[in-house]
Design a protein around this ligand. Structure first.
Ligand code: ADP
Ligand code: MG
Length: 284
Protein backbone atom coordinates (compact mmCIF):
# COMPACT_ATOMS: atom_id res chain seq x y z
CA UNK A 1 0.00 0.00 0.00
CA UNK A 2 1.24 3.49 -0.75
CA UNK A 3 -0.36 6.88 -1.10
CA UNK A 4 1.60 9.56 -2.92
CA UNK A 5 0.19 13.07 -2.95
CA UNK A 6 1.71 15.69 -5.23
CA UNK A 7 1.00 19.41 -5.07
CA UNK A 8 -2.51 18.97 -3.71
CA UNK A 9 -4.51 22.19 -3.60
CA UNK A 10 -8.16 22.49 -2.65
CA UNK A 11 -10.19 25.64 -3.06
CA UNK A 12 -13.78 25.64 -1.78
CA UNK A 13 -16.22 27.55 -3.98
CA UNK A 14 -13.60 28.40 -6.56
CA UNK A 15 -14.40 31.45 -8.64
CA UNK A 16 -17.02 32.65 -6.15
CA UNK A 17 -16.59 35.81 -4.08
CA UNK A 18 -16.32 33.70 -0.91
CA UNK A 19 -13.86 31.11 -2.26
CA UNK A 20 -11.21 29.89 0.20
CA UNK A 21 -8.03 27.89 -0.19
CA UNK A 22 -8.25 25.05 2.32
CA UNK A 23 -5.18 23.13 1.10
CA UNK A 24 -2.18 24.77 -0.46
CA UNK A 25 0.24 22.73 -2.55
CA UNK A 26 0.66 19.74 -0.26
CA UNK A 27 3.00 16.87 -1.13
CA UNK A 28 3.75 13.76 0.93
CA UNK A 29 3.85 10.00 0.89
CA UNK A 30 2.22 7.45 3.18
CA UNK A 31 3.79 4.01 3.29
CA UNK A 32 2.54 0.66 4.44
CA UNK A 33 2.22 0.36 8.22
CA UNK A 34 2.84 4.06 8.85
CA UNK A 35 1.23 5.37 12.02
CA UNK A 36 0.74 9.06 11.29
CA UNK A 37 -0.66 11.81 13.48
CA UNK A 38 -2.20 14.66 11.51
CA UNK A 39 -2.30 17.75 13.70
CA UNK A 40 -3.51 21.27 13.26
CA UNK A 41 -5.80 23.80 14.89
CA UNK A 42 -9.46 23.95 13.90
CA UNK A 43 -9.88 25.13 10.33
CA UNK A 44 -6.29 24.27 9.32
CA UNK A 45 -7.53 21.86 6.65
CA UNK A 46 -7.26 18.39 8.28
CA UNK A 47 -10.73 17.15 7.39
CA UNK A 48 -10.48 18.54 3.88
CA UNK A 49 -7.13 16.82 3.47
CA UNK A 50 -8.20 13.32 4.54
CA UNK A 51 -11.38 13.40 2.46
CA UNK A 52 -9.15 13.58 -0.61
CA UNK A 53 -7.41 10.36 0.29
CA UNK A 54 -10.50 8.25 -0.36
CA UNK A 55 -11.86 10.40 -3.15
CA UNK A 56 -14.73 12.07 -1.28
CA UNK A 57 -13.33 15.45 -2.27
CA UNK A 58 -11.60 16.15 -5.54
CA UNK A 59 -8.48 18.29 -5.66
CA UNK A 60 -8.67 21.65 -7.37
CA UNK A 61 -5.18 20.82 -8.64
CA UNK A 62 -2.52 18.23 -7.95
CA UNK A 63 -2.36 14.44 -8.06
CA UNK A 64 -2.98 11.49 -5.78
CA UNK A 65 -1.54 8.08 -6.54
CA UNK A 66 -2.84 5.03 -4.72
CA UNK A 67 -0.50 2.07 -5.17
CA UNK A 68 1.07 3.93 -8.07
CA UNK A 69 -2.21 4.63 -9.88
CA UNK A 70 -3.55 8.13 -10.47
CA UNK A 71 -6.98 8.21 -8.81
CA UNK A 72 -8.10 11.07 -11.05
CA UNK A 73 -7.49 9.08 -14.21
CA UNK A 74 -10.65 8.29 -16.14
CA UNK A 75 -12.12 4.95 -15.26
CA UNK A 76 -10.39 4.71 -11.87
CA UNK A 77 -12.44 2.58 -9.47
CA UNK A 78 -13.39 5.12 -6.77
CA UNK A 79 -15.67 2.64 -5.05
CA UNK A 80 -12.76 0.29 -4.51
CA UNK A 81 -10.62 3.21 -3.28
CA UNK A 82 -13.29 4.05 -0.70
CA UNK A 83 -13.26 0.48 0.52
CA UNK A 84 -9.47 0.38 0.79
CA UNK A 85 -9.10 3.74 2.48
CA UNK A 86 -11.44 3.50 5.46
CA UNK A 87 -12.53 6.84 6.86
CA UNK A 88 -14.05 7.19 10.31
CA UNK A 89 -15.67 10.62 10.40
CA UNK A 90 -15.66 12.98 13.35
CA UNK A 91 -18.54 12.07 15.70
CA UNK A 92 -19.12 8.83 13.78
CA UNK A 93 -21.73 7.75 16.35
CA UNK A 94 -24.15 10.04 14.54
CA UNK A 95 -24.05 7.58 11.68
CA UNK A 96 -25.07 4.52 13.68
CA UNK A 97 -28.62 3.63 12.74
CA UNK A 98 -29.32 -0.10 12.96
CA UNK A 99 -31.40 -1.61 15.77
CA UNK A 100 -28.46 -3.54 17.15
CA UNK A 101 -24.71 -3.18 17.14
CA UNK A 102 -23.98 -6.35 15.25
CA UNK A 103 -26.33 -5.38 12.40
CA UNK A 104 -24.73 -1.97 12.25
CA UNK A 105 -21.25 -3.44 11.76
CA UNK A 106 -22.60 -5.93 9.19
CA UNK A 107 -24.11 -3.14 7.10
CA UNK A 108 -21.00 -2.23 5.05
CA UNK A 109 -19.69 -5.71 4.23
CA UNK A 110 -23.24 -6.92 3.54
CA UNK A 111 -23.52 -4.22 0.89
CA UNK A 112 -20.32 -5.50 -0.72
CA UNK A 113 -22.38 -8.52 -1.70
CA UNK A 114 -20.57 -10.96 0.58
CA UNK A 115 -22.30 -14.10 1.79
CA UNK A 116 -24.01 -13.91 5.16
CA UNK A 117 -21.35 -16.15 6.69
CA UNK A 118 -18.56 -13.95 5.34
CA UNK A 119 -20.00 -10.63 6.48
CA UNK A 120 -20.89 -12.00 9.90
CA UNK A 121 -17.37 -13.32 10.41
CA UNK A 122 -16.05 -9.89 9.48
CA UNK A 123 -18.40 -8.20 11.92
CA UNK A 124 -17.37 -10.50 14.79
CA UNK A 125 -13.70 -10.03 13.99
CA UNK A 126 -14.03 -6.23 13.80
CA UNK A 127 -15.97 -5.99 17.05
CA UNK A 128 -13.34 -8.15 18.73
CA UNK A 129 -10.57 -5.88 17.37
CA UNK A 130 -12.14 -2.78 18.90
CA UNK A 131 -12.50 -4.58 22.21
CA UNK A 132 -16.25 -4.31 22.58
CA UNK A 133 -17.75 -6.64 25.19
CA UNK A 134 -19.58 -9.57 23.55
CA UNK A 135 -22.58 -9.06 25.80
CA UNK A 136 -23.27 -5.82 23.98
CA UNK A 137 -23.33 -7.13 20.41
CA UNK A 138 -27.11 -7.47 20.18
CA UNK A 139 -28.03 -4.35 22.07
CA UNK A 140 -29.04 -1.02 20.60
CA UNK A 141 -26.02 1.15 19.73
CA UNK A 142 -27.88 4.11 21.21
CA UNK A 143 -27.60 2.76 24.76
CA UNK A 144 -23.79 2.76 24.68
CA UNK A 145 -21.37 5.29 26.16
CA UNK A 146 -19.75 7.81 23.83
CA UNK A 147 -16.51 5.86 23.65
CA UNK A 148 -18.29 2.55 23.02
CA UNK A 149 -20.35 4.05 20.21
CA UNK A 150 -17.17 5.22 18.63
CA UNK A 151 -15.73 1.71 18.81
CA UNK A 152 -18.78 0.39 17.00
CA UNK A 153 -18.32 3.00 14.27
CA UNK A 154 -14.65 2.04 13.91
CA UNK A 155 -15.63 -1.64 13.74
CA UNK A 156 -18.04 -0.79 10.92
CA UNK A 157 -15.17 0.63 8.88
CA UNK A 158 -12.79 -2.21 9.80
CA UNK A 159 -15.38 -4.71 8.57
CA UNK A 160 -14.73 -3.38 5.06
CA UNK A 161 -11.14 -4.66 5.46
CA UNK A 162 -9.45 -1.40 4.47
CA UNK A 163 -5.68 -1.10 3.91
CA UNK A 164 -5.65 2.26 5.63
CA UNK A 165 -7.68 3.46 8.59
CA UNK A 166 -8.16 7.22 8.85
CA UNK A 167 -9.78 8.56 12.00
CA UNK A 168 -10.95 12.17 12.07
CA UNK A 169 -10.61 13.45 15.65
CA UNK A 170 -11.60 10.15 17.30
CA UNK A 171 -11.18 11.68 20.76
CA UNK A 172 -13.36 14.75 20.19
CA UNK A 173 -15.85 15.26 23.01
CA UNK A 174 -14.64 12.33 25.14
CA UNK A 175 -13.50 12.72 28.74
CA UNK A 176 -9.80 11.98 29.49
CA UNK A 177 -10.50 8.33 30.36
CA UNK A 178 -12.62 7.84 27.22
CA UNK A 179 -9.89 9.52 25.20
CA UNK A 180 -7.13 7.24 26.50
CA UNK A 181 -9.35 4.17 26.04
CA UNK A 182 -10.08 4.91 22.41
CA UNK A 183 -6.43 5.75 21.62
CA UNK A 184 -5.27 2.55 23.34
CA UNK A 185 -7.87 0.64 21.33
CA UNK A 186 -6.57 2.14 18.07
CA UNK A 187 -3.00 1.31 19.03
CA UNK A 188 -3.90 -2.27 19.94
CA UNK A 189 -5.81 -2.96 16.75
CA UNK A 190 -2.98 -1.48 14.75
CA UNK A 191 -0.40 -3.63 16.57
CA UNK A 192 -2.49 -6.72 15.90
CA UNK A 193 -3.38 -6.12 12.25
CA UNK A 194 -0.47 -3.95 11.03
CA UNK A 195 -2.97 -1.65 9.33
CA UNK A 196 -1.73 1.79 8.25
CA UNK A 197 -3.30 4.46 10.47
CA UNK A 198 -3.76 8.20 10.09
CA UNK A 199 -4.96 9.75 13.31
CA UNK A 200 -6.32 13.28 13.08
CA UNK A 201 -6.25 15.41 16.19
CA UNK A 202 -5.87 18.98 17.31
CA UNK A 203 -3.99 17.83 20.42
CA UNK A 204 -0.30 16.99 20.41
CA UNK A 205 -0.74 15.42 23.82
CA UNK A 206 -3.12 12.90 22.24
CA UNK A 207 -0.87 11.61 19.54
CA UNK A 208 2.59 12.05 21.04
CA UNK A 209 2.53 8.70 22.81
CA UNK A 210 1.27 6.70 19.85
CA UNK A 211 2.40 7.77 16.42
CA UNK A 212 5.77 7.43 14.70
CA UNK A 213 5.29 10.40 12.42
CA UNK A 214 3.55 13.73 12.77
CA UNK A 215 2.24 15.95 10.01
CA UNK A 216 1.40 19.47 11.12
CA UNK A 217 -1.12 21.52 9.15
CA UNK A 218 -1.30 25.28 9.42
CA UNK A 219 -3.76 27.27 7.35
CA UNK A 220 -3.80 24.74 4.54
CA UNK A 221 -0.04 24.33 4.47
CA UNK A 222 1.83 21.20 5.52
CA UNK A 223 4.22 22.84 7.92
CA UNK A 224 6.10 19.85 9.36
CA UNK A 225 6.24 16.18 8.45
CA UNK A 226 8.71 14.40 10.69
CA UNK A 227 9.23 12.19 13.74
CA UNK A 228 7.48 13.41 16.91
CA UNK A 229 10.87 14.33 18.42
CA UNK A 230 11.85 16.50 15.47
CA UNK A 231 8.42 18.14 15.33
CA UNK A 232 8.33 18.92 19.06
CA UNK A 233 11.79 20.48 18.80
CA UNK A 234 9.87 23.32 17.10
CA UNK A 235 7.68 23.84 20.15
CA UNK A 236 8.04 27.59 20.04
CA UNK A 237 6.87 27.75 16.42
CA UNK A 238 4.08 25.31 17.20
CA UNK A 239 2.78 27.67 19.85
CA UNK A 240 2.63 30.46 17.32
CA UNK A 241 0.24 28.40 15.21
CA UNK A 242 -1.97 27.55 18.16
CA UNK A 243 -0.53 24.13 19.01
CA UNK A 244 1.24 23.23 22.18
CA UNK A 245 3.84 20.48 22.43
CA UNK A 246 3.25 17.85 25.12
CA UNK A 247 3.74 19.27 28.62
CA UNK A 248 6.75 17.00 29.07
CA UNK A 249 8.53 18.89 26.28
CA UNK A 250 8.21 22.16 28.20
CA UNK A 251 9.39 20.66 31.48
CA UNK A 252 12.39 18.95 29.92
CA UNK A 253 13.43 22.07 28.02
CA UNK A 254 13.16 24.12 31.24
CA UNK A 255 15.33 21.57 33.05
CA UNK A 256 17.95 21.78 30.29
CA UNK A 257 17.89 25.56 30.56
CA UNK A 258 18.39 25.20 34.32
CA UNK A 259 21.58 23.29 33.58
CA UNK A 260 20.44 19.70 34.00
CA UNK A 261 21.76 17.08 31.62
CA UNK A 262 18.39 15.57 30.64
CA UNK A 263 16.91 14.63 27.29
CA UNK A 264 14.87 17.54 25.86
CA UNK A 265 13.39 15.18 23.24
CA UNK A 266 11.59 12.98 25.78
CA UNK A 267 7.99 12.68 24.64
CA UNK A 268 6.28 10.56 27.22
CA UNK A 269 6.21 10.92 30.98
CA UNK A 270 8.06 7.57 31.26
CA UNK A 271 10.88 8.74 29.00
CA UNK A 272 11.14 11.99 30.96
CA UNK A 273 11.23 10.14 34.29
CA UNK A 274 13.97 7.79 33.05
CA UNK A 275 16.02 10.68 31.74
CA UNK A 276 15.73 12.62 35.02
CA UNK A 277 16.58 9.54 37.11
CA UNK A 278 19.61 8.94 34.91
CA UNK A 279 20.72 12.51 35.53
CA UNK A 280 20.66 11.85 39.26
CA UNK A 281 22.22 8.43 38.78
CA UNK A 282 19.23 6.74 40.34
CA UNK A 283 18.62 3.18 39.16
CA UNK A 284 15.07 1.85 39.09
P1 ADP B 1 -10.06 21.16 10.15
O1 ADP B 1 -10.59 19.78 9.89
O2 ADP B 1 -8.58 21.21 10.35
O3 ADP B 1 -10.79 21.86 11.25
P2 ADP B 1 -11.34 21.82 7.61
O4 ADP B 1 -10.73 20.98 6.57
O5 ADP B 1 -12.68 21.42 8.12
O6 ADP B 1 -10.31 22.03 8.81
O7 ADP B 1 -11.48 23.31 7.07
C1 ADP B 1 -10.42 23.99 6.39
C2 ADP B 1 -10.94 25.31 5.86
O8 ADP B 1 -11.89 25.08 4.83
C3 ADP B 1 -11.65 26.17 6.90
O9 ADP B 1 -11.36 27.51 6.64
C4 ADP B 1 -13.11 25.88 6.65
O10 ADP B 1 -13.92 26.97 7.02
C5 ADP B 1 -13.16 25.65 5.17
N1 ADP B 1 -14.21 24.70 4.76
C6 ADP B 1 -14.36 23.43 5.22
N2 ADP B 1 -15.40 22.81 4.63
C7 ADP B 1 -15.93 23.73 3.77
C8 ADP B 1 -17.04 23.72 2.87
N3 ADP B 1 -17.79 22.61 2.72
N4 ADP B 1 -17.28 24.83 2.15
C9 ADP B 1 -16.51 25.94 2.29
N5 ADP B 1 -15.45 26.02 3.11
C10 ADP B 1 -15.17 24.94 3.85
MG1 MG C 1 -11.99 18.70 10.99
Amino acid sequence: MSIVVKNLTHIYNEGMPFSSKALDNISFEIKDRDFVGLIGHTGSGKSTFIQHLNGLLKATSGHIYYNGKDIYEQGYDMKELRRRVGLVFQYPEHQLFETDIFKDVCFGPKNLGLSRQEYEIRAFESLRLVGLDENLYYQSPFDLSGGQKRRVAIAGVLAMKPDVLILDEPTAGLDPKGRDDILDCIKALRDETGITVILVSHSMEDVARYVSRIMVMDDGILKYDDTPQNVFAHYKELEQIGLAAPQVTYIMNDLVKAGMDVNPDAITVDEARDSILRHFNIKM
